[in-house]
Design a protein. Structure first.
Length: 373
C-alpha cells in the first residue's frame, strides 16, 4: 500500500511587497529665501548678545576679584590691628580704623635768615619759586620756595624780581620775608596796574645806535630804519648774513648810551652755545635769557615766556625795556614741536596751524604805554 504523496503548501501573501516602491513625493511648497538685510541684522543681534555676555562675564570676574581683595585686606588689617599705635574707631559703629589725621600745620623753619633774590616763577597750584640767573633760570633744588599765602598777600606776579630772606625748612629753603619787588616796596608793587590795563600809544622817543665812526652797521640802522621806544621790528635776511652780529652791535650801543635809562634784555632761543657765550662776554651785567640748541624744546618756550613776563613787569613799574630776541623763527619751531599735531593741518614751511599763535602774541607785547614804560 503506497503512502499518499505529500501535499505542497502554497502561501500567497495578501499584500505582496512592491519591488519598485514609488518615489517619495517632492514637497510642492518651497521655503522662502532669507533677506540679506535681515540676515545681517540677525548677525549683528547675535554679535551684540555675545558682547553683552562677555561684558557681564568680565564684570562678574572683576567683582569676584574685588571681593577677594577686600577680604584679604580685612584679614590683614585684623591681624595687624593689635600692632597699630592708638587705633581710632569710627563713630558710625564700623570696625575699620580711620585714616590718620592730615597734618596741616605750617612747616617748622629753623636757622638764621639768609638773604635771597631771584625772579618769581609761579606754578599752577598757586605756589612759586625764585629762579636765579646763575642757574640760567632753570629749576634747581636750591631755589627758594614762595608760599601761596605770600603770593596772595603781596599780589605777586610772574616775572617779578624779589629780594628778601629765607629760612631752611624740612623741604628746602622757604621765603619768610620780602623786602623789595622790582626795586620797590611790597606795598607799592602791589598797587601797580596790570600790563593789559595800560593804554598803547605810538612811539614818541627815538633811539640812536651810532657809537663809533668805525662801526657802520648801527649807523645804517639809524639812517635806513630808525627805531623808537615802544616799536616792534623784524630783521629778515638769508642765513649766514650777519643778523646775530647786527643784534649784538645794537645791544652794545644800548649798554653804552642808554645804560641808566633803558633796561636791556637779550633772549636767545635755540642758539649755538658759542654764540651764547659771546653775548655773555660782550654784554656783562645785562639780563640774558638763553636756551641753547642742546636743550629740549619745552625749555625754549619756558625761557621765552619768562623773559616776556619779566619785561611786562618792568613796563608796569614805569621802566623802558629794550628786548632783543634771536630768533622768533626758532621759537615758532619750538612751539610747533611742543604742540599735539593730531587733527591739525600743516601750514607752509611744515609748521602746524596755531604754532605761530604764541610767538605772535609775544611779538605784539612790545608797545609804548601811557602811564608805564
Amino acid at each position: 500500500m503506497t503512502p499518499p504523496p505529500p501535499q505542497q503548501e502554497s502561501s500567497v501573501s495578501e499584500n505582496p511587497p512592491d519591488r519598485n516602491p514609488p518615489a517619495q513625493q517632492e514637497s510642492t511648497t518651497r521655503q522662502p529665501q532669507e533677506n540679506p538685510q535681515q540676515h545681517s541684522q540677525n548677525r549683528e543681534n547675535q554679535n551684540r548678545e555675545n558682547q553683552q555676555q562677555q561684558r557681564e562675564s568680565r564684570s562678574k570676574r572683576r567683582r569676584e576679584k574685588r571681593k577677594r581683595r577686600n577680604n584679604e585686606r580685612q584679614v590683614q588689617g585684623h591681624n595687624q590691628g593689635a600692632n597699630r599705635p592708638n587705633p581710632q574707631h569710627r563713630n558710625d559703629g564700623g570696625n575699620n580704623h580711620a585714616a590718620p589725621p592730615i597734618d596741616n600745620r605750617p612747616a617748622q623753619l629753623n636757622g638764621p635768615k639768609i638773604p635771597a633774590g631771584g625772579m618769581l616763577e609761579l606754578a599752577p597750584k598757586g605756589f612759586g619759586f625764585l629762579r636765579v640767573p646763575d642757574k640760567n633760570f632753570e629749576q634747581a633744588r636750591e631755589d627758594v620756595f614762595v608760599t601761596p599765602e605770600s603770593i596772595r598777600k603781596y599780589n605777586l606776579r610772574l616775572g617779578q624780581w624779589i629780594h628778601g630772606f629765607y629760612q631752611e625748612g624740612p623741604r628746602g629753603p622757604q621765603l619768610v620775608e620780602i623786602t623789595t619787588i622790582n626795586d620797590m616796596t611790597p606795598e607799592e608793587a602791589s598797587k601797580l596796574p596790570h600790563f593789559d590795563e595800560l593804554k598803547a600809544i605810538n612811539p614818541t622817543k627815538r633811539i640812536s645806535f651810532e657809537t663809533t665812526p668805525e662801526r657802520f652797521t648801527t649807523r645804517v640802522v639809524d639812517i635806513m630804519a630808525p627805531v623808537g621806544r615802544g616799536q616792534r621790528g623784524l630783521i629778515v635776511s638769508p642765513p649766514r648774513s650777519g643778523k646775530t652780529t647786527l643784534l649784538l652791535h645794537m645791544a652794545e650801543a644800548i649798554r653804552e648810551k642808554y645804560d641808566e635809562t633803558i633796561h636791556l634784555m637779550v633772549l636767545l632761543v635755540d642758539e649755538r652755545p658759542e654764540e651764547v657765550t659771546e653775548f655773555r662776554r660782550a654784554l656783562q651785567g645785562a639780563e640774558i635769557y638763553a636756551s641753547s640748541n642742546d636743550e629740549q624744546a619745552r625749555n625754549h618756550t619756558r625761557i621765552a615766556e619768562l623773559a616776556i613776563e619779566r619785561a611786562k613787569r618792568l613796563v608796569e613799574a614805569g621802566k623802558d625795556v629794550f628786548l632783543i630776541m634771536d630768533s622768533i623763527t626758532r621759537l615758532a619751531r619750538a612751539y610747533n614741536g611742543n604742540m599735539n599735531n593730531r587733527g591739525r593741518g600743516t601750514a607752509s614751511g611744515g609748521l602746524t596751524i596755531g604754532a605761530l599763535e604764541v610767538p605772535r602774541r609775544l611779538f605784539a607785547a612790545a608797545r609804548n604805554t601811557r602811564g608805564g614804560g
